[in-house]
Ligand binder design. Structure first.
Ligand code: CA
Ligand code: CA
Ligand code: CA
Length: 370
């Protein structure tokens, strides 16, 4: 039941506006009240499933004359959320002329979250046009089809390095680990030019904003590099010349919250290239999670800001107490970045885009316990 969309979990609240009208009609003549049809609901197919979006159906039935159409209103509840776990219900259904019943369809959304079975409950709403029978509510159960919690890959909203997003994603998915893309804001996000997107724009719409992400839903969290990664440096007090790199205190706080929660849940936390600085500037119990650890990053220049000393990526790690910083490919074979991936405790760091394939495979193997 991920809450990555702030959808209303109820629908059909219009019914309440009809209550006054109902009272007026009932008191104005008992004949009218006696002629009201009785409406009930029952599950026609109570077993829905994410697999193949197998729907469930509810049948709403009326008594009495069928010479006019009847609009029946209802509300939704249950552990499944409309808009994220299923769609279909609109809050009302019309029983047509000549018909005694109508159907409400619960159409599951095949997401990647491990949720177990969830319920969608439809409850009939009172209305001036009918009375409710004893069967006022019915339930459809949505069977889950997911067993592996997805990885949360966090991209900057501006200037992420495309290969450092695309290649770990490919490796994780090849290993059977779904990927959800997170960012400070759920808006179209642009990579650096020529950062591995080929002839495509490389723009990515995040699946979720960080504030909506629940750590329990994921197996690992990864911070992608590119200069925009500066936007998630929680404890960094400098100001970047490019305002997009500063993000907001709220977004930095959300990045820090997630790092804290993943580590508290004993899950791996990864960073690649400048994404490693997001781990460095996090604070867990008041200290950086890279403190005393061996990390790797790129031998590149930081984006311009008002902290004169912060000229390089490695400065960010040293400033936060890393025990050793391997940059410029220096880890393993010093002539290449391809092997620059370091696992130290639950912290996994990678040097740059050349390290992205090994980074993705290392994350996958750790998540799967291999
Ligand atoms: Ca699914
Ligand atoms: Ca699911
Ligand atoms: Ca190397």
């Amino acid at each position: 039941m991920p809450r990555f969309m702030n959808r209303l979990r109820t629908f059909g609240t219009l019914a309440t506006c009809c209550l006054l009208a109902a009272a007026a009609l009932v008191t104005s003549g008992t004949l009218f009240a006696q002629s009201l049809p009785t409406v009930t609901i029952a599950a026609a197919d109570a077993a829905a499933a994410e697999r193949n979006r197998d729907p469930g159906t509810l049948r709403i039935t009326r008594t009495g004359a069928t010479t006019a159409a009847l609009t029946v209103r209802y509300t939704g509840s249950g552990t499944a959320m409309i808009g994220t776990d299923y769609d279909g219900p609109t809050g009302s259904v019309v029983i047509p002329i000549g018909q005694t019943s109508a159907t409400v369809t619960i159409r599951p959304i095949d997401d990647v979250y491990v949720e177990g079975n969830e319920t969608a409950i439809v409850t009939l709403a009172t209305n001036a046009a009918y009375t409710l029978g004893s069967a006022k509510a019915a339930t459809v159960t949505i069977a889950d089809n997911d067993t592996q919690r997805p990885a949360l890959i966090v991209i900057p909203n501006n200037d992420f390095y495309y290969t450092e997003y695309g290649t770990p994603r490919r490796e994780l998915e090849a290993a059977g680990i779904p990927v959800i893309v997170g960012a400070g804001r759920r808006q179209m996000s642009m990579p650096h030019p020529n950062s591995g997107q080929g002839s495509a724009s490389g723009q990515v719409m995040p699946d979720i904003d960080l504030a909506s992400a629940r750590s329990a839903d994921y197996s690992t969290i990864v911070f992608v590099g590119g200069w925009g990664a500066s936007q998630y440096q929680f404890a960094f007090t400098g100001t970047y010349t490019n305002p997009a790199y500063n993000a907001t205190p709220a977004i930095r706080t959300q990045a820090n919250r997630l790092i804290n929660e993943f580590l508290a849940q004993n899950k791996y936390v990864g960073g690649i290239c400048l994404g490693v600085s997001d781990l460095a500037w996090a604070r867990v119990g008041g200290v950086s999670p890279v403190r005393g650890r061996r990390v790797t990053t790129a031998a590149f220049s930081s984006p311009t800001n008002n902290v004169a000393a912060s000229l390089t990526y490695r400065w960010h790690m040293e400033q936060n107490g890393a025990a050793a910083v391997f940059d410029g490919g220096a880890y393993g074979n010093p002539s290449t970045y391809t092997d620059d991936v370091i696992v130290d405790g639950r912290i996994i760091t990678a040097g740059n885009y050349d390290s992205a394939a090994l980074f993705g495979r290392t994350l996958a193997s750790r998540v799967l316990g291999r």
